[in-house]
Design a protein around this ligand. Structure first.
Ligand SMILES: *Cc1c(COP(=O)(O)O)cnc(C)c1O
Length: 368
């Protein structure tokens, strides 16, 4: 009998996560220099890592022979201080993706249900599937999470509700009122997870930390991968009420889940207000540029609170492949059941211009 017969069926049937196409791979395939490739596929920071983090990385590299502080004391303390919380409210993860997995480890089993929006970040579905749990997908009219409908979907078996705010890949955000209404209906057997990977981009994001201060069953996920520009180092954090955090921090995680270079870099990046401000400014300028240019072309897009835009181009897989041939990597959205759309990360001014030029040429060729 082949070994497949003995593997968990829900693992065999899983469709693996497809990341943005790497720059090196694209350059090899096209015979180009990697510096000629524009990657706007993974919502990375176009300005690069926080400069303060780069200094910290070099220093931390000197101590690479020493195991990391598994408890992440300095980074967790700094995060706790910046949100007037206790260190026991702070969870570190190998990317915030790891914290998603740890939440699933803690709360899911074959009888449990995880609720998310129809066009939510795809990792929630992957994780629910890996744990053999039931994934409940709630329609999101206009690509905006419908929190009333998500509260309606809660059953006795529900354990986790994921709210990505702003959401990836739609860029939409739900406001304070809808969240407060949702939280008033949250039963004791359910944890609300607010995935705030893009929290630093919108001007006035809703406040969900108040629910942690109130001791509600809430976990808020943040990351150093996006505005801080540290995606390669894999470090994110969760903020949670003590009862939720204890499970994840002390019982579930690997002893050294976040390496010391990542911890040092994150600590420096957290205080790099200059880099954060510059990144927001570049993002806002780029967002304005795209909104104006796409509207001028009559191309539909979803207004975004984050650092990327969902654009309706028709046949997104084809547009992805055609743009790739010209060295621009965008993200096709067919895996999100959005076959006519691509997601474009906001880049530097030069990257945005190049991306739009290539999109124009690809769309012009498609109509002739
Ligand atoms: C990018 C992203 C993350 C962050 O993932 P990391 O593992 O921290 O790199 C989490 N959630 C959403 C919705 C994202 O888009």
């Amino acid at each position: 009998m082949p070994i497949d017969q003995y593997a968990n069926s829900f693992v065999c049937n899983l469709v693996a996560y497809e990341p943005g196409k790497p720059i090196d791979e694209t350059a090899r395939e096209l015979g180009l220099d990697p510096s000629q490739i524009v990657k706007v596929a993974s919502n990375e920071n176009p300005l690069g890592p926080s400069p303060l983090a780069k200094i910290a990385i070099r220093e931390a590299a000197e101590e690479s022979h020493i195991y990391p502080d598994g408890g992440g004391y300095r980074l967790r303390s700094a995060i706790a201080d910046s949100f007037s919380m206790d260190i026991s409210n702070v969870i570190l993860g190998n990317g915030s993706n790891e914290i998603i997995e740890l939440l699933c480890h803690t709360f899911l089993n074959r009888d449990a249900e995880l609720i998310a929006a129809e066009h939510a970040f795809v990792v929630y579905k992957l994780m629910a599937t890996l744990f053999g749990a039931k994934y409940v997908e709630v329609p999101d009219p206009g690509f905006i999470h419908d929190l009333d409908a998500m509260a309606d979907a809660i059953t006795q078996n529900t354990r986790l509700v994921f709210i990505a705010n702003p959401n990836n890949p739609t860029g939409t955000m739900v406001g304070q009122e809808a969240i407060d209404r949702f939280m008033a209906r949250l039963p004791d057997h359910v944890v609300a997870v607010f995935d705030e990977a893009y929290f630093e981009f919108p001007d006035s994001p809703p406040d969900v930390l108040k629910y942690i201060h109130q001791g509600k069953n809430v976990c808020v996920l943040r990351t150093f991968s996006k505005i801080h520009g540290l995606a390669a180092l894999r470090v994110g954090y969760g903020l949670a009420s003590k009862n939720v955090a204890t499970f994840i921090c002390q019982k579930q995680r690997q002893p050294f889940n976040v390496n010391s270079i990542a911890q040092a870099a994150a600590l420096a990046a957290l205080g790099d207000t200059d880099h954060i401000a510059k990144t927001r400014a570049v993002n806002q300028a780029g967002m304005k540029f795209y909104e104006k240019e796409l509207a001028a072309r009559g191309l539909e897009f979803v207004p975004s609170f984050a650092n990327f835009l969902l654009v309706k181009t028709g046949d997104g897989d084809q547009v992805f492949r055609d743009m790739l041939k010209q060295g621009v990597i965008v993200r096709a959205m067919s895996s999100y059941k959005l076959p006519d759309w691509v997601r474009i990360s906001i880049g530097t001014e030069a990257q945005n211009q190049r991306c739009l030029e290539v999109l124009d040429s690809v769309l012009a060729a498609a109509t002739t």
